[in-house]
Design a protein around this ligand. Sequence first.
Ligand code: BES
Ligand code: ZN
Length: 844
Amino acid sequence: MPSRYDLRLEPDLTTLTFRGQETVALEITETVSELLLNATELAVDSASLENDRGETIRASATMDEATERCRLALASPASRGRWRLRLAFRGTLNDKLRGFYRSVYKDPSGVTRTLAATQFEATDARRAFPCWDEPSFKAVFSVTLAIDPTLTAVSNTAVVGETLENGRKVVRFADTIVMSTYLVAFVVGELEATEPVLVGRTPLKIFCVPGKKRLARFGQEIAAASLAFFEDYYGMPYPGDKLDLLAIPDFAAGAMENLGAITFRETALLVDESAASHAELERVADVVAHENAHMWFGDLVTMTWWNGIWLNEAFATFMEMLAVDAWKPEWQRWTTFGVSRAAAMSLDGLHSTRPIEFPVTSPRDADAMFDVLTYEKGASVLRMLEQYLGAVVFREGVREYLRAHRFGNADTGDLWAALGRSAQQPIPAVMDGWIFRPGYPVLTVSRDPGGHLVLSQQRFNYLREPLPPAQAEPEQPWQVPVQLRLYTGTQTVEERVLLAEREARMRVGTGAEAIVANAGGHGFYRVRYAPDLLEALLTRVETLAPIERFNLVNDAWALTVAGLMPLTAYLDLTARFRGERDRNVWTVLIASFYSLNRVLEPGDRRRLAALVRDRVRPAFDALGWTPRAGEDELRRQLRGDLIRVLGVLGDDGEIQTRAAEVYRAHLTDPSAVDPNVLPAVIAVLAHVGDAARYDDFLRRFRAATTPQEEQRYLYALAGFRDPALIRGTLERTVNAEIRTQDAPFVARAMLMSPDAREIAWQFVKAQWDTMDRLYPKHGMRRLAEGVTGLPTPALEADVQHFFAEKKPQFGGKVLAQYLEQLHVAVMLRQREGDALSAYLSKFA
Ligand code: BES
Ligand code: ZN
């Protein structure tokens, strides 16, 4: 049992190597002749054990790369008791954005610079130092970094000493709290920091590479606000001695919750508030709040094993919403969360889904757990539970859980126990079905001849026939907290029922003219209304809350894709939303139009564009091109979203022409155009752009002065339609022009675009091995998701053939999910293709 690591690392940014020494305090519980610990891509130069009784045992190290372990054969057996393990080792600063790695960027004068950073979750601490690299082996870490004196070093805790030894600056950091290996971090480079702000007694700073400090203000504000929010919500002070947030130019994930030294990709932390769109600001606020939430949920209390990662990620996602909602209530964060819930329901409607908690044995399976089921389904069911128990009772349970398990590990049962004590009711009966079983129900709502309300539940699946291997339908119904709203005359009443049976017949609502069966929109289930009830709702659709309208459209679309509602009925339904002004409701409408565009016969594209204009133009015309005085941020973002869909999918000539003018105005005066409109305009111009426009955007991508500007132009490069330009962008995903942190996402976007997908798919097939070699570890999984955008029978067959041959190892059920999603879209095409064509013939 390790209890303490004294760790000294000496990175060399010119040779791109590092040397390390460590002393691990161990409790040996029985006499042993060998020790096994994790290590990979490290050379162990020496190893020995010593104790306070003056005994020393030499050990010889052998690496086993297949199991990522180092075996220490002891020269003589070590008896029970306390020992110190001393190791010396070497490694390289790799370019795969994992373990101890290098990140390369240009400084303000254009000179290429290197920094070293770490990313350890889930199982990559073992790439930086030999360790017992599992979340339940918690220990204290005492880190020392010996670096070039011109550089800055950051680790989890405050600096407690700095000396000069043999021309190296030796920086010593305070002891950490007892924590898991995956949370250790060090960053070394030419870093600039903001002035600290004090939150309670915690100094909080933002670090970035030189020249970007002006982009740190917004991130620091939400960081301070959310840290204060969590200290209050959790009823417990921040567990570290300082908090640094660092923007790293090359970063595989979005951000990482290393205690006291949170690392981010630049787009998730640095932003120019005055030049950013609402969506770009929301992204920064979300990620910062999310990582801060982890300081308690994840860092102070950690899941026992990776099967329970939802305890980390679902909670951080849920808490992120609470904190951002408290910080900017006008952003209506819980309504926008509907988009995340919808993404989870989309994956969870597959036969190849998995329960939130799911067995993990290999590192690959651990990586595969970081998906929308862990994050978004997890957060959704927590929200459902919070609403069911009441916010105060829920918070008390959370506090109790943190108090009971701080500095330790916990699992789902521990959470239920704490919540159960607070709620004075057993939690597992209600919750286990949502956590330990795959999928979710669709509630059918109808009335029997006696006027009684009939609610019945079945598992929702997009495909009737399960793909082999066949999966049996779960026996047990879910316990569904159902919030009903009943409209009778001018009266509305709300009723709460827990639907625990397959079917329930209720007296409530007799005589009601309309019924909302997921009032407030928190439920993780779909609703299928009988036709008369649906019609009754649609006639008073403006009385529904935005999240309820969102769910209405989202469920209707899902039922359509699943073959439970005719496509023509769905398309008619979209016509009733021309007056819609909520940005999230538009998000789901627009997404469905994009999905249709992917399954359409090419000859019908023009007609779909006309349908899109018919549906969207009235809303846009009401908004106009320029914000009115006093307009809120969401309205401005909606304007951008509508311009984008009209100019791209709607192929609206007027929008396209005007976009070019607006863009010219922006170039002469950057403040002339609303920041929510500009990203849309750039996307529209790419869609209609020629080679000259491409070269201009490429130049602006390279010269961008904010991470957001760089992203806009980068993704614009994926939106050009000329085959030569499509090939140009694809080339850039493998020739180092696009950072490997971004390249998989750019290629994925091109696979999802009907204009680029055939060329992109040929390219990806040909370059698969190269990409696999270049991209960071989640890269291929992200890229491969793009095959869900290839829904023609011929392409589907080719995809299946390709993967059968390549056998990519994404871990978990990832590949099966992509293939099933693809098949769902192909089935939609087969089933509804003719009806769609006929419907569109009305749109010349
Ligand atoms: N713990 C994760 C980072 C991570 C993700 C590590 C995957 C290893 C594998 C972090 O807290 C996180 O969830 N980051 C998100 C952003 C967040 C706002 C959803 C990410 O990286 O996308
Ligand atoms: Zn997280």
